[in-house]
Design a protein around this ligand. Structure first.
Ligand code: GLN
Length: 192
């Protein structure tokens, strides 16, 4: 296994954007579509997109069990927006059979912001990555409504956690991959 080989779950969503930014950070990137693609991966990025669609595709491609096993053996996750919904312990306003990986002790609500706040580009203060603030996009973002005691909040947006870390997992409710600032991906690679 190459030391910096990172998977990107490539079922739906902004896969290409994550790939580009990870490659700019020096990582070797592997698209993950099949259970065998998870073999030997140290980390998996679960992109933004639509969590209900990704959930269906995970089921259709028989990926749920293999994903759970890979995380149980220590694979780390970086998740953005829809990916963060999939990574949560509890999903509010999700589908009843929506896939939930429970990687972080967080409760999320899908599409938590009203129409006017559906999408925005924001300069976010994230002390863990330093100055200047990071330009990110919120697009039909979830809200993280509850965090457990093990969860470290790295940034907030409108008084709610927007970037959180628990152990080796990093979950964001926004998209740094769309606006292109590589600092969060770089921080994740350093966490590995
Ligand atoms: N609202 C979407 C969902 O429920 C997430 C949107 C996004 O990833 N930009 O999956």
């Amino acid at each position: 296994m190459s030391p910096a080989e990172i998977g990107v779950l490539a079922l739906q969503g902004d896969v290409r954007e994550h790939r580009e930014i990870l490659e700019r950070c020096g990582a070797e990137v592997r698209a993950v579509r099949l259970p065998a693609d998870l073999e030997g991966l140290r980390a998996l990025v679960i992109p933004g997109g639509e969590s209900t669609t990704m959930s269906r595709l995970i089921q259709r491609f028989d990926l749920l069990g293999p994903l759970q096993e890979a995380f149980a053996r220590g694979m780390a996750a970086m998740t953005t927006c829809a990916g963060t919904i999939l990574a949560a312990r509890e999903i509010r306003d999700g589908l009843t059979d929506q896939v939930r990986l429970g990687l972080l002790d967080i409760v999320v609500r899908r599409n938590a912001f009203g129409r006017q706040r559906e999408s925005a580009e924001v300069l976010l203060d994230i002390p863990a990555v330093g100055e200047p603030p990071v330009l990110v996009a919120f697009i039909r973002a979830p809200a993280i409504e509850e965090v457990g005691p093990e969860v470290e909040v790295l940034a907030t947006y409108r008084d709610e956690p927007a970037a959180v870390r628990q152990g080796r997992h990093l979950a964001l409710t926004f998209h740094p991959e769309i606006t292109g600032d590589p600092r969060l991906h770089r921080m994740f690679l350093k966490m590995l």
